[in-house]
Design a protein around this ligand. Structure first.
Ligand code: GUN
Ligand code: ZN
Length: 438
């Protein structure tokens, strides 16, 4: 193979889910490791000595012991249209939506603006080491085309869908039950399974979809069960009270989805903070995924997600920035917030668990766990190399670390895009990278 490259240095490896088995058995770092990239795939992962011997003609990219070769980050819940209003001050969820989010999402009625924001968003997130996102778009079908097109141009694996809303939103942001069905179906036909694209049917959340729209999207999902379905669940207490008022017949928030065919294993529910016991039981029974959005949950004041408790119930968990309700594009900042929320709940996560959530865990939540999120033979070659000494403040802490986990933890807590040394997408080194290969 002439196009083979060996990426040599400390490599993050997974053998299982460190949220359900002891992390020491599930995750390790090969300090003298290497990843063989052949075309757009990973050909092998092992010790550098063995792989150099087996592939003497492969070109070599070497990193020092102050680096970590990881899977590209997978951000399992984002709103790319909110890129330009990230970090907007002082509101709680419903006011935040009405004051900042909906006016900005209206601007994406202009296809040129939607295209520019999609490109800006993917450039920003790639610079932060994120190679796959699952994004909500706006109600405008061209906003979905824009993101899929930009991802396709970068050869990125991507999950996205048209946000559907037919009530409790400005007129300019409302579709209808039938048009949401028709537009979503046309977008599925155009994009789902093309290249690296997955379509997610996307009712925004119960308050902005009539029962007729929820049912129409449930029917569409029944026709196309190979698609994902993403929505929001139990994010803030006042939102939950609103859902109760809108749906007095429902047993709980999740029931408003379940009653309309919007609950199954390929469902991805963002936030899920204030869950009732029945909801947890049903989520566990169905195999649905929950996505933890820690910077958003603190920024909008939503609450403390129970990572340890929900993982103990065997529920599939992902991690996400929730841009722009979240306050950062960085999965490093997101891991830091997840750690802090764990501390506030008395269940701090280990660096190995945080890294799993930001990569393989998120990939599994999107049913892509056999393709991305893990450095292993046959996986797609989406790779992020972290510099574990990217700032003087981090470097001086690392100088005192007794092992690589302690060193990595400093970057998880204090790092940002400056810690992203290099990024490969489908085997191609990205030009914007701040390479510190040696
Ligand atoms: N609930 C419904 N829409 C949104 C959104 O755009 N962001 C967040 N954080 N929660 C939501
Ligand atoms: Zn969201």
């Amino acid at each position: 193979m002439t196009d083979a490259t060996l990426i040599i240095g400390p490599v993050l490896r997974f053998a299982g889910d460190p949220l359900v088995t002891p992390w020491e058995d599930a995750v390790w770092i090969d300090t003298e490791g290497a990843v063989l990239v052949q075309g757009d795939r990973i050909g092998a992962v092992g010790t550098s000595a063995a792989l150099i011997k087996a592939h003497p003609k492969a070109s070599q990219v070497r990193y020092g012991q102050d680096h970590l070769i990881c899977p590209g980050f997978v951000d399992a819940h984002v709103h790319y249209p909110q890129t330009a209003i990230i970090a907007s001050w002082g509101k709680r969820l419903i006011d935040w939506l009405n004051t900042y989010t909906f006016p900005e999402e209206m601007r994406l009625a202009d296809p040129a603006y939607a295209g520019a924001i999609a490109a800006r968003y993917l450039d920003l997130t790639l610079a932060h080491g994120t190679t796959t996102v699952a994004s909500y778009c706006t109600i405008h079908p061209h906003s979905v085309d824009a993101l899929f097109e930009e991802a396709h141009a970068r050869n990125q694996r991507i999950v996205a869908g048209k946000t559907c809303m037919d009530r409790n939103a400005p007129d300019g942001l409302c579709d209808a039950a039938q048009s949401a069905y028709d537009d979503s179906k046309a977008l599925i036909d155009r994009w789902h399974g093309t290249g690296r694209a997955t379509y997610a049917i996307t009712p925004r959340f119960t308050p902005t979809s009539s029962p007729e729209q929820l049912a129409a999207l449930g029917a569409l999902w029944a026709e196309r069960p190979d698609c994902l379905m993403q929505t929001h669940l139990s994010e803030q207490t006042d939102e939950i009270a609103w859902v109760r008022a809108l749906h007095p017949e429902a047993r709980d928030y999740l029931d408003t989805y379940e009653a309309h065919g919007l609950l199954s294993a390929r469902g991805i529910y963002g936030h899920a903070i204030h869950l009732e016991p029945r909801e947890i039981d049903r989520l566990a029974e169905t195999g649905a995924a929950l996505v933890h959005c820690p910077t958003s949950n603190t920024f909008i004041g939503s609450g403390l997600f129970d990572t340890a408790g929900l993982a103990a119930r065997g529920i599939r968990l992902g991690l996400a920035t929730d841009t722009g309700g979240g306050s950062s594009f960085s999965m490093l900042r997101t891991m830091a917030a997840a750690y802090e929320i764990g501390q506030l709940r008395g269940t701090p996560l280990h660096a190995a668990q945080l890294m799993w959530l930001a990569t393989a865990g998120s990939a599994h939540s999107l049913h892509l766990g056999d393709k991305i999120g893990t450095l292993a033979e046959g996986f797609e070659a989406d790779i992020c190399v972290l510099n574990l000494a990217s700032t003087p403040a981090i470097a001086q802490r690392v100088a005192q670390a007794s092992d690589l986990w302690e060193a990595a933890f400093a970057t998880l807590m204090m790092g940002d895009d400056r810690a992203v040394a290099d990024v490969w997408v489908a085997g191609v080194l990205q030009p914007a990278a701040r390479s510190s290969a040696i």
